[in-house]
Design a protein around this ligand. Structure first.
Ligand code: ADP
Length: 856
């Protein structure tokens, strides 16, 4: 057995091996240790291998799903080895000591799940494959639970941002790609072949060219090849649902890097969960598919004005018509998750319940279609969704006739095909039913014949049907001529068989067996019909999700008094009465009111420097404006009174100084790496929020860096920018930077207490209120008092020396300083370029070297 185990373990390629033994999946060796610790189950041992006992643990087959879910969540991958023959078959094949044949039937990995119990309903489950082709990166991503597949190409430096957007639960990478992806599973390089990718996709979708789906680069196709190869590998040759691939154009979406996403807490809060995230504050979808699409929208806001307006128009239509919205949401609420049911069916893991969900979901889609078509005036997006909502009449009708109202998840015991669908099946069921009635009649007859009113006909899995009487009445039935044959003596009862009972029981078993076979055949047939219509069904699921998202956004907007943003191609960002949806909700829960604030950036005033006390609301203001941009470009209303937004191509956020010790970098290092990325990538159409740049280092360093960064963003990047800082000295930037203005969050000291007004006002902050905030935070009074006397000293010193910013008066302007440096370098460069090395004597070369050195 160990030899068989070890051979399978070899095939499992690093996955934990679930080795089926009877009613258990057993794990051995290292696998057992890992599983025992993740699952918190007992680690035992068995036999010997190489002189040592073999560590072992096991999980019952019937509850394996729950254990699998925990292992997957802990980052494990599992190979399932099932028995592929019964012990009888094994004995027949190879004698009494034969080992039952086993084989790996499936790999369970985070990215290839389809089971409801293992998936999060409101989150897509993405598997991504990555490779490099001639220096650029191809990414193929799919969600096999719904079949969506997307291909894109990017440069290696923006791969982290692309992966952050995808949020893949599993990553595979070509082993030769030289990409730094420690969590990814490596796959052979030859699997990532672009020609093979193209061939596989064409074969998969039955087309002679991929042109109809889009223009795919070699890197994209190579990644697709790797993805399909991996899916085939884990499915042991079976491919799951894959819809035609869609190209993701880099410029079609607002770029956000990993740090930006994390700091804005778009899909998950800093703690990790959904609680406290943007999506939690705005998600009013009534279907899981809608919630998944909303997450996708927020992860990838659009940059195309037309596309954004189309979404907004639909939301606005539903916002202005609460009755329509209510009708649609009521229907949607009843609709099952069609996309995921289809995913399971195509993957060969479908159940009768999944077929029932298709029937019901497609039926609800027809209802949604009817509600929409009944309206005379509709937005263009609604019009374009309407066709996809219908067209399944024949399928719905077939499934309605074929299936019982609530089909079971278990298909082996039948009972899911409706009466009246198949006359032969009905006859078999009748026969079984008649026999059951005949058995009930037999019970009455035997009671009378034997004079034993306590006689019963019973059934169990081992004996089938049998007659049971209390022990004291058994003698009569034991008589040789009684017509009963003894089967089993129990404590207090004796069991018998009889010819008539045996005949009826056989009839039931036979009819039952045939009925099960007939149901199974119907199941296969219905499944095939669904598979044949998979693209149309997936399109219906997608249309339902889009309507749910729009109706949910409209609902949220109505609930919070949000406004329809106005988007344009210019570079203004003007928000009146903006609010932070998450902070506002948190305050509301405590019965407090959120103070709305305006933001008005324009080409003439594109950098706002915001000062004011800690806890005054600076970070909140910065983030709320970034979130409003995301919401608007995702195609939703925004928490403001009015919003004019010039499309943002890239959004950058550097908020807070979160330690990233896991990566071995100090807070300050992380801050600088992220700041460097912003300075390298932000442009005129970008929006940058910078919170307390330079906080992570000494005062002088920090001020100097903050100063230089603010200047660079103003002069070079020329992005729209909100810059929060506690360095008063930065206010002097306003003297030289013409598109920079000063703002502060207001605070007041009242009877010795600090009152934070959370209100944004123009002009520099008057003072920092640091000590007042410390007192507010509960720092003991003597400490605050001592700090006050230290502060007085410092301030006196500052008055005498000119303070921290003394000496900045004659600082040249940013651009002038850079140009001066560049000029010198250029002179040297020119000289170097003009040297004709071949015509120089050794002596002349040496002189020249001295010259150059002197000049440097
Ligand atoms: P800062 O960045 O200036 O230190 P924060 O933005 O972190 O301040 O805000 C601190 C706290 O103040 C928030 O957690 C919130 O409770 C409250 N707050 C911030 N902005 C507002 C606002 N506009 N209205 C009401 N309360 C606010």
């Amino acid at each position: 057995m160990m030899a068989q185990y070890l051979a399978l373990k070899q095939q499992a390629e690093g996955c934990l091996l679930f080795y089926r033994m009877g009613d258990f999946f057993e794990l051995f060796f290292e696998d057992a240790k890992i599983a025992a610790s993740v699952l918190d189950i007992a680690l035992t041992s068995r036999g010997e291998h190489g002189g040592a006992p073999i560590p072992m643990c096991g999980v019952p087959v019937h509850s394996a799903e729950g254990y699998l879910a925990r292992l997957i969540r802990a980052g494990c991958r599992v190979a399932i080895a099932e028995q592929t023959e019964t012990p009888e078959e094994a004995r027949k094949r190879a004698g009494s000591k034969a080992l039952v044949a086993r084989d790996i039937v499936r790999f369970v990995t985070a990215g290839t799940l389809t089971e409801d119990a293992l998936l999060e309903p409101r989150r897509a489950n993405v598997l991504a494959a990555v490779c490099t082709v001639r220096g650029s990166v191809g990414i193929a991503a799919c969600d096999i639970s719904t079949g969506r597949m997307e291909l894109e190409e990017c440069m290696p430096e923006v791969l982290p941002a692309a992966l952050a957007r995808l949020g893949a639960t599993e990553l595979v990478v070509a082993e030769d790609s030289a990409l730094d992806l420690p969590e990814a599973a490596e796959r052979p390089a030859r699997a990532f072949d672009s020609q093979r990718g193209a061939d596989r996709l064409m074969a998969l979708h039955g087309v002679a060219t991929l042109d109809g789906f889009g223009a795919f680069s070699r890197a994209m196709l190579a990644a697709a090849a790797g993805l399909i190869d991996y899916l085939e590998h884990v499915g042991r040759g079976n491919l799951p649902l894959l819809l035609p691939p869609v190209v993701r154009e880099a410029g079609a979406f607002m770029a956000m890097d990993e740090a930006t996403r994390a700091s804005l807490e778009i899909l998950s809060a800093s703690g990790g969960g959904r609680k406290g995230s943007l999506i939690e504050a705005i998600d009013r979808c009534v279907t899981s598919a809608g919630a998944r699409l909303l997450a996708e929208d927020l992860a990838a806001p659009l940059t195309d004005l037309g596309a954004i307006r189309a979404r907004l128009e639909l939301v606005s239509w539903l916002h202005d018509d609460p009755l329509l919205r209510g009708d649609l949401r009521a229907v949607l609420r009843a609709a099952p998750d069609v996309g995921r049911a289809l995913g399971r069916i195509v993957a060969g893991r479908g159940s009768p319940r999944d077929l029932g969900q298709l029937r019901d979901g497609l039926g609800e889609a027809q209802r949604v279609q009817a509600i929409l078509t009944a309206r005379v005036e509709r937005p263009a997006l609604a019009d374009s969704l309407i066709p996809a909502l219908g067209g399944h009449g024949a399928l719905i009708d077939l499934f309605a006739r074929a299936l019982v109202p609530a089909p079971p998840t278990e298909r082996a015991s039948g009972g899911f095909i409706a009466a009246g669908y198949d006359a032969a099946l009905d006859a078999l069921r009748d026969a079984a039913g008649n026999s059951r009635r005949a058995i009930a009649a037999l019970e009455a007859r035997y009671r009378e014949e034997t004079g034993t009113p306590s006689l019963k006909i019973r059934h169990n899995g081992v004996l089938g049907y049998f007659i049971e009487v209390p022990a004291r009445h058994a003698d009569r039935l034991m008589q040789p001529d009684s017509g009963f044959t003894h089967r089993q003596t129990m404590a207090g009862a004796v069991r018998f068989n009889a010819l008539a009972l045996h005949e009826e029981a056989s009839r039931i078993a036979e009819a039952g067996g045939h009925a099960l076979a007939a149901e199974e055949a119907h199941f296969e047939d219905l499944t095939a019909r669904a598979v044949a219509a998979r693209e149309a069904i997936a399109a219906t699921a997608a249309a339902l999700a889009r309507i749910d998202v729009a109706a949910g956004q409209a609902e949220r907007a109505a609930e919070g008094g949000w406004c329809l943003p106005h988007l344009s191609d210019d570079t203004a960002l003007s928000i009146r009465g903006g609010r932070h949806p998450v902070v506002e909700a948190a305050l509301a829960a405590r019965g407090e009111r959120f103070v709305a604030n305006d933001c008005a950036l324009s080409p003439r005033d594109r950098l706002w420097l915001i000062g004011g006390p800690n806890m005054g609301g600076k970070s909140t203001f910065l983030r709320q404006n970034a979130l409003i941009v995301i919401l608007a470009q995702a195609g939703g209303f925004v928490p403001a009174e009015a919003a004019e937004i010039g499309i943002v191509d890239r959004l950058f956020s550097r908020v807070g100084a979160a330690d990233n010790l896991a990566r071995g970098r100090s807070t300050f290092m992380v801050e600088m790496v992220e700041t460097a990325a912003i300075l390298a990538q932000a442009g005129e159409r970008s929006f940058v929020i910078l919170d307390e740049v330079g906080r992570g280092t000494s005062t002088y360093d920090g001020l100097a860096l903050a100063w230089a960064v603010a200047e660079a963003v103003h002069e070079v990047n020329r992005s729209r920018c909100l810059f929060a800082t506690h360095y008063h000295e930065l206010a002097r930037l306003a003297e030289t930077c013409e598109a920079l203005s000063l703002h502060h969050v207001r605070a007041r000291e009242w009877k010795g207490d600090l009152v934070l007004l959370h209100e944004l006002a123009e002009g520099p902050a008057d003072k920092s209120y640091g000590l007042a905030v410390a007192r507010l935070a509960g720092v003991p009074a003597p400490v605050v008092k001592r700090a006050k006397s230290v502060l007085d000293r410092l301030e006196k010193g500052r008055a005498a020396t000119g303070g921290l910013a003394a000496g900045l008066d004659d600082l040249p302007l940013f651009a002038a300083a850079i140009e001066a440096a560049e000029e010198k370098v250029d002179a040297l460069r020119e000289k170097l370029a003009s040297i004709d090395i071949d015509s120089l004597s050794p002596r002349a070369a040496l002189d020249l070297l001295y010259d150059l050195k002197r000049e440097l």
